[in-house]
Each structure stands twice: as C-alpha cells, then as structure tokens.
Design a protein around this ligand. Structure first.
Ligand code: GRF
Length: 202
C-alpha cells in the first residue's frame, strides 16, 4: 500500500511509521510526505531520507478548495492509496474527504470521544481523568469524530504535567499508529458504518 503522510509539525509519528516499515512490521511504502508548514520540523527530518517530501503552503492559496486540490493532485501524482494524518493541524473539508472516502486515517492523543480538538492532553489533566490514551481513527468531516480503529489506554499520574503526560501518550502513539496501518495494509479492517472490525489472521 502506498501511503501519503500529511504533517504540520514535529514528525515523530512519521518517524515511527518509517521505522516500522524498515523493521518489516509494516508492509507499506511512503509515496510522499506533505507539510502545510514550510518551517515544520518534519521537513527537516526528511532531509537525509530517501522519501519525497514537500511543502504546500496554505498561505499561497486563495481558498481552502485550491489548497486541497493541490494536496490531492500531489497525492495522485505519487499514487497514494491511503492518506495518513500525523500531526496535521488543518481540518479537511468534506470535498477532500469525499475524494479519499474511507482512505484517510488520523491519530489523536486521547481516548475519543473524550477530549477532541487541540490540547487533548491538557484537557485530560484539567478534567482530572485517571486514564487517557490515544486513538487511531478514520477521518470524517467532524473534529476527531470518525470511526475508531484502535485505542490504547495510558494512565494519568498525580505528578503529571502536560509535558510528562504528552510524552507517555506519544510513546503509545508510536506503537499504535504503525499497528493500525499494518492492519489496513493487510486488508484486515472492514468498516460498517461507524464500526470498524478487525478480521482475524488466518
Ligand atoms: C501527536 O500527539 C498526535 O496525536 C497529534 O499531533 C501530534 C503529532 O506529533 N495529532 P508528531 O508530529 O507526530 O511528533
């Protein structure tokens, strides 16, 4: 499966995906990495790596539609079959989502539907939950509302700050995202409405 990664920032989940491919845990190829942010660390990370990476700067487009068309065109050029959001900080429109129906995944640092949107770790701390985690889900037009693929629980400790909690969740993310992608690439995910089922290995 050829995947296209959209990322706006640090790129540690992308790194975990690259590592999983190299280790033979994920049978996929990264066709292209696209960032909407020219300053993104994820692009610096790609500098010495043999993977196509480029920036499509939202600010250079008059409308979201034109920006999304440029992204979709680049994904098509690289024959991308699955779009992987890894710290992509923009909401995709219904228009874009329809073009890749059922073929866009995201990872979010909470146990959805709790704490959607930005600063999920701070939201969890402020609420006082004892357990949070991370969620890999298919993307729909809502904010972190799409069908859930995998989740991993992470404890919240009394001594946690946003930084320590985020780090613990991030560690779980780096294991969970490649696992979800591997299931997809092995054809082991089936979706029936909101429900994603995992087919057992024969
Ligand atoms: C992760 O916490 C992810 O859950 C959220 O954005 C962050 C991206 O981190 N969607 P990185 O860029 O992969 O390091």
């Amino acid at each position: 499966t050829v995947i296209g990664v959209l990322a706006s920032g640090r790129g540690s989940n992308l790194q975990a995906i690259i590592d999983a491919i190299q280790a033979g845990r994920l049978d996929a190829k990264i066709g292209v990495v696209i960032s909407d942010n020219p300053e993104a660390n994820v692009l610096k990370r790609m500098a010495g790596v043999d993977i196509q990476a480029l920036c499509i700067d939202r600010r250079l487009f008059a409308s979201r539609r034109q920006f999304e068309d440029a992204v979709a065109e680049e994904l098509a050029i690289h024959h991308v079959e699955l779009v992987v959001l890894a710290g992509f900080m923009r909401i995709l429109s219904q228009y874009f989502i329809d073009r890749f129906a059922g073929k866009i995944m995201n990872i979010h640092p909470s146990l959805l539907p709790a704490f959607p949107g930005e600063n999920a770790q701070a939201q969890a701390l402020a609420y006082g939950v004892k357990v949070t985690g991370c969620t890999v889900h298919f993307v729909d037009a809502g904010m972190d509302t799409g069908p859930i693929i995998l989740q991993e629980a992470v404890p919240v400790l009394g001594t946690d700050t946003v930084e320590t909690l985020s780090e613990r969740i991030l560690h779980a993310e780096h294991i969970l995202y490649p696992r979800a992608l591997a299931l997809y690439c092995a054809g082991r995910l089936t979706a029936a409405g909101r429900h994603v089922n995992i087919i057992d290995k024969e």
